[in-house]
Design a protein around this ligand. Structure first.
Ligand SMILES: Nc1nc2c(ncn2[C@@H]2O[C@H](COP(=O)(O)OP(=O)(O)OP(=O)(O)O)[C@@H](O)[C@H]2O)c(=O)[nH]1
Ligand SMILES: [K+]
Ligand SMILES: [Mg+2]
Length: 455
């Protein structure tokens, strides 16, 4: 490991508070602490000290803690200075540390050093950030599990199975004289098949973890004037969106985080879906469709006087995304009861969508709507044993899966196994990106240590 410089940064949030913490990491940290305070810090001991300026004047007083390498967050020598939580004082303290030889830390640099020192893998380093950013208790628990290495361990187990499959293919290619025709007897295909199954489970869990981290996104769609913006306002509890009786009022996409029953979800209000010659409205409709395509859940708002609108709207919704149908405006004459609402509304129910009849004007049945949405958000939130995952992880896993499937297919057309070997190598590379674990050298090491080449 190359010698590094010493970095310093304020670790507590901007603003005033009881305590403000400045953290130092790097080889010069204990010496800088000594020159700042005049004492030689003892490991893991809370010293009450004065932080002094160049001319000896007291900048602030507080606690000094010293965590020698490697037993610290970064794995380097770390010093924590706990002063008063005043941004002006903390800034002066930081300037003094710079004068004593510390460099301002870049964003995330403490975690980066922890990764480089082998204290955390990449997924764990990201979990630190996710833990800090977690917007719900469930998201925090999931990030904690990732930080503790649950996700990394599952990636590690999959990686191991993948490397073993690779070893067999590579061995069959490199040592045909061993007279073990792995490729012919279906063993390799079975192995790769098992890796594919394990991969599918991990991908599903990572997708759940990503949803939990990013929160449930609910797109509100429907015909113009159905009451989409009224729905957003009712759930937000304020007039966030403009509501008028003019069809085509909403053009821009409007996002609002709302809390229902202790859970948070992101509502997305969109332009009413219809054909239009109005350039601005047409752009709004295009954006509405884009939101529809990436939502976790879709609420289709239908004017209960026109339940026949539902069929065409359903056609627009991407397959596989769960739906809730809101028959709105039941206070108005002409609103039809579910039985009379036409077979199409009944179809919606049959196909698994929840159908609710409400009046956003009078508030009728809004409580049932809230309970339903709370259930959706809660179901996403309460997934036990979920670890936090990011789009980056899900993307790497998807690419891994693509290569695994190709490896299996290649095995059929190329009995020598060269093509399959290449796909497995690419699968391993993609999977390794998640934790930053294996490098090509590691694979060579694994090959040579588990196959006694000299024999
Ligand atoms: N009577 C009655 N009127 C409603 C109800 N919900 C909404 N409205 C009215 O319907 C009109 C349209 O409501 P919006 O919320 O603007 O509808 P929207 O779907 O956002 O419309 P666009 O943004 O134009 O697509 C407004 O005048 C609302 O006050 C309801 O339950 N009953
Ligand atoms: K409107
Ligand atoms: Mg609107």
């Amino acid at each position: 490991m190359t010698a590094r410089d010493t970095i310093a940064a304020i670790a507590t949030p901007a603003g005033r508070g009881g305590i403000g913490i400045v953290r130092l990491s790097g080889p010069a940290a204990p010496d800088i602490a000594r020159r700042l305070t005049g004492i030689q810090p003892r490991p893991r001991h809370a010293h009450y000290v004065r932080f002094r300026d160049a001319d000896g004047a007291t900048l602030d007083s507080g606690l000094l803690l010293y965590f020698p390498a490697p037993h610290s967050f970064t794995g380097e020598d770390v010093v924590e200075l706990q002063g008063h939580g005043n941004p002006v004082l903390l800034d002066l303290l930081l300037q003094r540390l710079h004068a004593l030889g510390a460099r301002p830390a870049r964003p995330g640099e403490f975690s980066e050093r922890a990764f480089l020192e082998g204290r955390l893998d990449l997924a764990q380093a990201e979990a630190v950030a996710d833990l800090i950013a977690a917007g719900s208790a469930a998201a925090a628990r999931a990030a904690q599990r990732s930080l503790e290495g649950e996700f990394s361990q599952r990636v590690g187990r999959l990686l191991q199975a993948l490397v073993e499959a690779r070893l067999h293919v590579e061995a069959a290619i490199d040592f045909p004289e061993e007279e073990i025709d792995f490729l012919a007897d279906g063993q390799i295909a079975a192995r790769i098949g098992a890796v594919i199954d394990a991969h599918a489970q991990l991908l599903e869990a990572a997708e759940r973890g990503q949803r939990l981290r990013d929160g449930l996104v609910v797109a509100i769609v429907g015909r113009p004037n159905a009451g989409k913006s009224s729905l957003l306002n009712a759930l937000a509890g304020s007039e966030r969106a403009i509501v008028t009786d003019i069809a085509g009022t909403t053009r821009d996409v409007l996002r609002e985080d709302v809390r229902v029953g202790g859970a948070t979800l992101t509502l997305v209000d969109t332009a009413g879906l219809r054909e239009t010659d109005d350039t601005v409205e047409a752009e709004g409709v295009r954006r509405a469709r884009a939101e529809l395509a990436r939502a976790d859940h879709v609420v289709v708002v239908v004017d209960a006087r026109h339940p026949e609108d539902l069929a065409a709207l359903r056609e627009e919704c991407p397959a596989g995304v769960p739906l809730t149908v809101l028959l709105n405006k039941i206070d108005l004459p002409g609103a039809r009861a579910p039985a009379a609402a036409g077979s199409r509304a009944a179809d919606a129910g049959a196909a698994g969508a929840t159908v609710l009849r409400v009046s956003l004007r009078t508030g009728e049945n809004i409580d049932a709507l809230r309970a339903h949405l709370a259930g959706l958000a809660g179901a996403a939130d309460s997934v036990e044993n979920t670890f936090s995952a990011r789009a980056r992880h899900v993307d790497a896993l998807r690419r891994t899966g693509g290569h695994l499937h190709l490896a299996l297919a290649r095995l059929d057309i190329d009995r020598a196994g060269e093509l399959a070997a290449e796909e497995l190598r690419l699968a391993q590379q993609a999977l390794s990106e998640i934790t930053g674990a294996y490098s090509p050298d590691d694979l060579l090491g694994a090959i040579f240590s588990s196959f006694c080449i000299g024999k």
